[in-house]
Design a protein around this ligand. Structure first.
Ligand code: ATP
Ligand code: MG
Length: 414
């Protein structure tokens, strides 16, 4: 992709009404655009990152036995009255059409997935079952000042699991802890993301959140210095020791919830009367779990945690391009040919490359490359050629190094 053709340009200043670091940087770098508070467009760069995040999550959910579906956003009021959440959920968007019919804009999908499961789950042979989707959610968030960390419209992966008994749910729930851990490790925030004990509501003692430590976080957690497990202060305030290893050496941190897992048990299957027939032909309630990850929030969190004073720093797995190739040839036609050749070879090999072909000074190009944060930068210049090839610099590292052209192309062989 030629950078001169890229839709969305870098900006010197962030809009004055943005206070969150993630939004400031993502807007300045041309990844997102704000339509209104808590509602953002993903521009080509931002959409590429989102797709990468989505692909990782999809891969892990499929591996965990999830079957992907896509449920609607427009939900009949009846379903929400069945669970009582039409009245109890403060942040529910309610819309009325010209015929007077009322709908909810889905903030979560138990009210759709449970009636759906009821159409296909009849016997113990139909269980266990795990359905998930990656889809837009709507919530009337009071505070929408955190950029893409807290949207009024945002993208969530929500998985719902259905089981014959609590033991089967417990086993799947444990498995999902590991799946979530791997998702956050692959996103480059594994080291600062903690499995956190939170209130479980009335159906389970605890639920679990995955909390990423960052000053931008709205939650306060207490992290066990021994085992790395954390406790959410707001919900389990009376817990003074680590629920996992018993240690009382805990450190207080600000954190953002990037995902959570919940044992719903019969909370939603009961109101919809979702049951199955066991081996004896007896009706039993279906036991459920739910598992969420906010994709935009995750993207914003990666920015908050990894960015430096020069701009965004993407981990390789979510970087919008594999390499940012910078043309510094200016009026040197021979050099221009060399750089073009590298670009064409990379493109022909299927490497996702952003080629800075713009007519700008070197300093401006480097500053933009730092702001954009693509995981690898490559420069072909008189200097690099004299030293034997291509200068490669990883965004997360301070120093670049010269490699031969041959070695350079080998970096992209998987
Ligand atoms: P919070 O306490 O931060 O409002 P929540 O408990 O309401 O989160 P869930 O309903 O469990 O969140 O949603 C699952 C996941 O969706 C969260 O872990 C988070 O990653 C994401 N999420 C929730 N609300 C938002 C939002 N307004 N904008 C972006 N992502 C969100
Ligand atoms: Mg919320």
């Amino acid at each position: 992709m030629l950078q001169s053709q890229l839709f969305g340009k870098t900006r010197k200043e962030a809009p004055s009404d943005e206070v969150a670091k993630n939004a400031k940087l993502l807007i300045r770098a041309g990844y997102i655009d704000k339509l209104q508070a808590g509602v953002y467009t993903y521009l080509p760069l931002g959409f590429r990152v989102l797709k990468k995040i989505e692909a990782i999550i999809r891969e892990e959910m499929d591996a965990a036995g999830g079957q992907e579906i896509l449920m609607p956003s427009l939900h009949p009021k009846d379903n929400w009255e069945t669970t009582g959440r039409w009245d109890s959920m403060d942040d529910l968007y309610k819309v009325q059409d010209s015929s007077g019919r009322e709908n909810a804009l889905g903030p979560t999908h138990e009210e759709v997935v449970v009636p759906l499961a009821k159409q296909f789950v009849f016997s113990y042979k139909d269980l266990p079952l795990a359905l998930y989707q990656i889809q837009n959610k709507f919530r009337m968030e009071l505070r929408a000042k955190s950029g893409i960390l807290r949207g009024r419209e945002f993208i969530m992966k929500d998985l719902y699991s259905f089981h014959r008994d609590e033991a089967d749910l417990a086993a799947y729930y444990e498995k999902m802890k590991g799946v979530y851990k791997r998702v956050f490790e692959r996103m480059g925030i594994g080291a600062v993301t903690h499995l956190t004990f939170a209130s479980g509501g009335s159906f389970a003692k605890y639920s679990h959140e995955f909390q990423t430590v960052t000053p931008a976080g709205e939650d306060t957690i207490h992290v066990c210095t021994k085992c790395g497990i954390a406790i959410n202060q707001e919900v389990v305030a009376d817990q003074k020791a680590c629920p996992e290893c018993g240690s009382d050496e805990l450190t207080q941190e600000k954190a953002i919830e990037v995902g959570n897992i919940f044992e719903l048990k019969t909370k939603y299957s009961a109101p919809f009367n979702l049951t199955y027939k066991d081996e004896e032909g007896k009706d039993q309630p279906v036991i459920m779990g739910c598992y969420g990850i906010g994709l935009g929030r995750l993207m914003g969190t990666i920015v908050e945690v990894l960015a430096d004073e020069k701009g965004i720093v993407w981990p390789e797995e979510v970087s919008p391009f594999q390499v940012h190739l910078i043309d510094l040839s200016g009026k040197n036609e021979e050099l221009k040919k060399e750089v073009q050749d590298v670009y064409e070879k990379l493109s022909a090999a299927g490497v996702a490359v952003l080629f800075d072909d713009r007519d700008l000074r070197a300093g401006e190009k480097f500053a933009d490359a730092d702001l954009l944060g693509i995981s690898m930068r490559a420069v072909v210049s008189e200097k690099s050629l004299a030293a034997g090839g291509v200068e490669v610099k990883y965004r997360a590292e301070q120093e670049g190094k010269i490699v031969s052209k041959e070695e350079f192309f080998k970096l992209f062989v998987r």
